[in-house]
Write a protein that binds this ligand. Structure first.
Ligand SMILES: CC(C)(COP(=O)(O)OP(=O)(O)OC[C@H]1O[C@@H](n2cnc3c(N)ncnc32)[C@H](O)[C@@H]1OP(=O)(O)O)[C@@H](O)C(=O)NCCC(=O)NCCS
Length: 170
């Protein structure tokens, strides 16, 4: 199975919207049920510093990811955030998330000179944490009661991937 990665375009909004409304994405992220289609149409508009990746299999959009950078902030332009990664529920466990992470890591390391990548993930999201640890992300700390979900609070784990030599030992 070949997984192709390209930049997302506004015309992808319906396919990405469908993924964002799925139960596993609502549970793992800060998206809301009944999110308006207009929200997604606006989100996919090109914005400086934000790379939006679509993963496709046989021309079907099966995954989506966002990498945020800060080109206008001279003291923070070495840092980026994995802001979103989501696979269509029918395509989970088939390497889509891994392929999207690989694309973001290559962009960060080989093109953008990002030496720090950050993300937050709910502490219970072991599937995602395992994916991130496989790409060298380390656990940096826990933020208790970070978000509200389905009537209860979830804790957020901060993770970071530092590539500048000797910068820090966790
Ligand atoms: C997290 C998510 C993006 C992973 O996508 P995916 O396409 O299912 O992941 P992959 O098939 O590429 O698997 C990548 C890695 O995840 C881990 N993984 C996959 N399936 C797993 C499972 N059932 N149990 C535990 N770990 C699993 C493994 O480390 C796997 O790597 P490996 O196959 O080399 O062991 C997907 O589950 C998702 O959309 N979740 C909802 C949104 C979300 O929570 N996003 C993260 C917000 S921080």
């Amino acid at each position: 199975m070949e997984i192709a990665v390209r930049h997302a375009v506004p015309e992808d909004w319906a396919a990405v919207h469908e993924i964002f409304l799925q139960g596993h994405v609502l549970a793992g992220t800060q998206r809301l049920p009944y999110e308006s289609p207009h929200y997604m149409q606006a989100r996919l508009v090109s914005r400086p510093g934000v790379t939006k990746l679509a993963a496709e299999v046989d021309g079907q959009l099966v995954g989506y990811a966002e990498l945020i950078t800060h080109p206008d902030n001279p003291r923070h332009h070495h840092a980026g955030e994995v802001n979103m990664i989501a696979t269509h529920e029918k395509w989970q466990g088939k390497g889509i998330g891994r392929r999207l992470m690989q694309a973001m890591i290559e962009l960060a390391d080989d093109w953008l000179q990002l030496t720090r990548l950050s993300l937050i993930v709910w502490t219970e999201n072991e599937h995602a944490i395992r994916l991130y640890e496989g790409f060298g992300f380390a656990r940096e700390g826990v933020m208790p009661d970070y978000a509200y979900r389905k009537g209860g609070y979830v804790d957020a784990l901060m993770m970071g991937r530092l590539t500048r030599r000797g910068v820090r030992d966790y």
